[in-house]
Design a protein around this ligand. Structure first.
Ligand SMILES: *[C@@H]1O[C@H](CO)[C@@H](O)[C@H](O)[C@H]1NC(C)=O
Ligand SMILES: *[C@@H]1O[C@H](CO)[C@@H](O)[C@H](O)[C@H]1NC(C)=O
Ligand SMILES: *[C@@H]1O[C@H](CO)[C@@H](O)[C@H](O)[C@H]1NC(C)=O
Ligand SMILES: *[C@@H]1O[C@H](CO)[C@@H](O)[C@H](O)[C@H]1NC(C)=O
Ligand SMILES: *[C@@H]1O[C@H](CO)[C@@H](O)[C@H](O)[C@H]1NC(C)=O
Ligand SMILES: *[C@@H]1O[C@H](CO)[C@@H](O)[C@H](O)[C@H]1NC(C)=O
Ligand SMILES: *[C@@H]1O[C@H](CO)[C@@H](O)[C@H](O)[C@H]1NC(C)=O
Length: 552
């Protein structure tokens, strides 16, 4: 109870950080799921079996319009972990390490470590390898070296049509009775996290644990039982499984990541624009769902451990995907584009005793495996969560988590903040959380928030104007408002890190009221030129111009 009051004090009065000892600070469980788009029960996908994640969402503030800053792993992760955008981290690929190319920035876990927290990375938080200095940014960000499962996904585990085992198959349900010693990397990572939580329950130092799940990233390697949740007769294709007729070629990605898998190669997909054969689209969609349910079960195990070790009442939980994923939408696969389906993520924030609108009926039953259909979390209960329609960004998490935990909140970075270790290009979402929780507790609150960011921003680089064209460095800058998405693909210099807004190769404009799936690019349609002009001005003014007006 004291803890709940403490957190209320942090959230609603904002003075706790001056008085609180580090030992009374809340813990942070920072959950990140690789390649997870909002294909979850709690985002209205009623065919999905994701009861654990849904149940967490029902006790959180869930963001309906959350976006990443670049739709690929390391650029996105570097952005939300440093609280800065790709133009400032200068990380646009999976190779470079921000500390070597942009600045010695204080990361979110590093900030907590500096504030007396034990910080631990499990699985994929930073993009591993050279992109995080071959150490997952240890020892800067973490108290202990990052933990990775002893197994990986690059061994021969996938059954081919001939019954033999192969590696690098996209569709790879596995029989754990005969493989992997009965486990999988995400299961092993979860085991470690559970042991870490058990250890932490025995001392008084607060912790920040980043738990990063690999699935549903390719290969779709998951225990085969999860296929039972998704009979083929219930699998549908994307609503728009074709190349959008007015899409400029520079916006297109030929989904090379998927084409690297042997089962996809065997389909002989020719040229950069060809579609995955329909029968295999069904299989990929089925396995993405099954892999997401497998991850859901692992998330459930962690949440159950938090309860079991008495940590749940004092642990803030954030949950988000590192970017979306195209499952044949626009004929595309993987991420690597500026479409909503690639940039939009599931994202929610749970603060014990604060974000729970009403106890879900399931509150007291133990978290369970997605395969246990008898305990399926009922869709009607999903209404219980607090939902925000505000446009928010993954880059906002840094300031949000800091403010919720009562550690210093970084102020907004000035231009060119390369020599400034501690600042952010996002905004704390606490005013939104406060607005929603106060509204439900007391409808008479004055100073209610009426607006937030009018637009959110992402970007994606390209090497050429079209497949096969000469090499031309390009950056696609995109802006999402409530009504529209507007994108300009412009010249970009990777030596000077500068964009040339006078050299526009292509533009895109989508209007959600008539075109919710972004199928019809109207940027070059004469009737839309006034709108295009004003959106172009807003895009060029950028994120700084779209910062929320401080709450009353
Ligand atoms: C980066 O910052 C850390 C922590 O402030 C400091 O220990 C380290 O020496 C810095 N590294 C460089 C290369 O400036
Ligand atoms: C970063 O820079 C350091 C110092 O120059 C170098 O030793 C290291 O290899 C670089 N790391 C990466 C991943 O580029
Ligand atoms: C994956 O694990 C196998 C078997 O332990 C090992 O041979 C291989 O080098 C590992 N691959 C990677 C990329 O770590
Ligand atoms: C838990 O504590 C034990 C005993 O100190 C230690 O051996 C083990 O490595 C710890 N595990 C984790 C995941 O922190
Ligand atoms: C793909 O091409 C190979 C080699 O030409 C051929 O043996 C195979 O049958 C083709 N597969 C499909 C699905 O068309
Ligand atoms: C604040 O709460 C009110 C009432 O629920 C809601 O109408 C408004 O949109 C919220 N403001 C923001 C910025 O979320
Ligand atoms: C980028 O800028 C550098 C330095 O001004 C220049 O030498 C180079 O030619 C430019 N590259 C492109 C692709 O314009």
């Amino acid at each position: 109870m004291a803890i709940v009051l403490f957190m209320l004090a942090v959230v609603f009065i904002g003075v706790a950080k001056n008085v609180a000892e580090a030992s009374s600070r809340p813990n942070v469980l920072f959950l990140v799921v690789d390649d997870l788009r909002p294909k979850l029960g709690c985002y209205g996908e009623t065919n999905m079996v994701t009861p654990n994640i849904d149940q967490l969402a029902a006790k959180s503030v869930k963001f309906e319009h959350a976006y990443v800053q670049q739709a690929v792993c390391s650029p996105s992760r570097t952005s939300f972990l440093t609280g800065r955008r790709p133009d400032t981290t200068r990380i646009f690929d999976l190779v470079h390490y921000f500390r070597n190319v942009s600045g010695n920035f204080t990361t979110l876990p590093e900030h907590f470590k500096n504030n007396g927290y034990v910080t631990q990375s499990v699985g994929k938080i930073f993009h591993p390898g050279s992109a995080s200095g071959y150490t997952d940014d240890y020892p800067y960000s973490w108290t202990y070296p990052a933990y990775h499962a002893t197994q990986n996904y690059s061994s021969k585990h996938c059954k081919g049509v001939d019954g033999k085992l192969y590696k690098d198959w996209a569709v790879c349900p596995v029989d754990l009775k005969t493989l992997h010693g009965g486990s999988l990397p995400d299961t092993e990572n979860t085991d470690f996290t559970i042991e870490f939580l058990k250890n932490r329950s025995m001392d008084h130092k607060p912790f920040f644990i980043g738990m990063g799940y690999h699935k549903p990233h390719l290969p779709f390697e998951y225990p085969m039982e999860y296929l039972d949740l998704y009979p083929m007769s219930k699998i549908h294709l994307a609503p728009n499984p074709y190349y959008p007729p007015w899409l400029p070629e520079v916006a297109w990605s030929s989904y090379g990541e998927l084409k690297n898998y042997e089962d996809i190669r065997a389909l002989n997909i020719s040229g950069p624009f060809s579609l995955v054969p329909l029968h295999y689209q069904y299989k990929l969609r089925q396995s993405y769902s099954a892999a997401a349910s497998y991850t859901d079960a692992q998330v459930g195990r962690v949440l159950q451990a938090l309860d079991q070790y008495g940590l749940a009442d004092n642990t803030i939980i954030t949950f988000h995907g590192d970017h979306g994923w195209q499952l044949g939408d626009h004929g595309e696969w993987c991420k690597h584009t500026n479409f909503d389906i690639a940039t939009r993520i599931p994202m929610f924030v749970h603060v014990p005793g604060v974000t729970t609108k009403k106890a879900p009926p399931g509150e007291n039953f133990p978290f369970h495996d997605a395969l246990d259909k008898t305990l399926k979390f009922q869709p009607e209960n999903l209404e219980l969560g607090l939902v925000s329609d505000a446009l928010v960004e993954a880059v906002d998490l840094y300031a949000t988590v800091s403010e919720l935990a009562g550690v210093d909140v970084p102020s907004t970075c000035p231009d060119n903040p390369f020599n400034i270790a501690f600042c952010t290009e996002g905004a704390s979402l606490v005013p939104i959380i406060k607005n929603l929780t106060m509204t439900s507790a007391n409808s008479d609150i004055t100073g209610r928030l009426t607006s937030w960011k009018p637009a959110v921003f992402s970007q994606y680089p390209r090497e050429r104007i079209a497949p096969g064209a000469p090499e031309t460095p390009i950056m696609g800058y995109t802006m999402r408002t409530y009504e529209h998405r507007y994108t300009e693909w412009i010249a970009y210099n990777h030596t000077t890190f500068t964009a040339d807004w006078s050299k526009v190769y292509a533009r895109e404009l989508y209007t959600y009221s008539s075109d919710p799936d972004e199928d019809v690019n109207v940027a070059e349609v004469p009737a839309f030129q006034d709108l295009t002009k004003s959106l172009s001005k807003q895009l060029r003014a950028g994120w700084r111009d779209a910062l929320p007006v401080p709450a009353l």
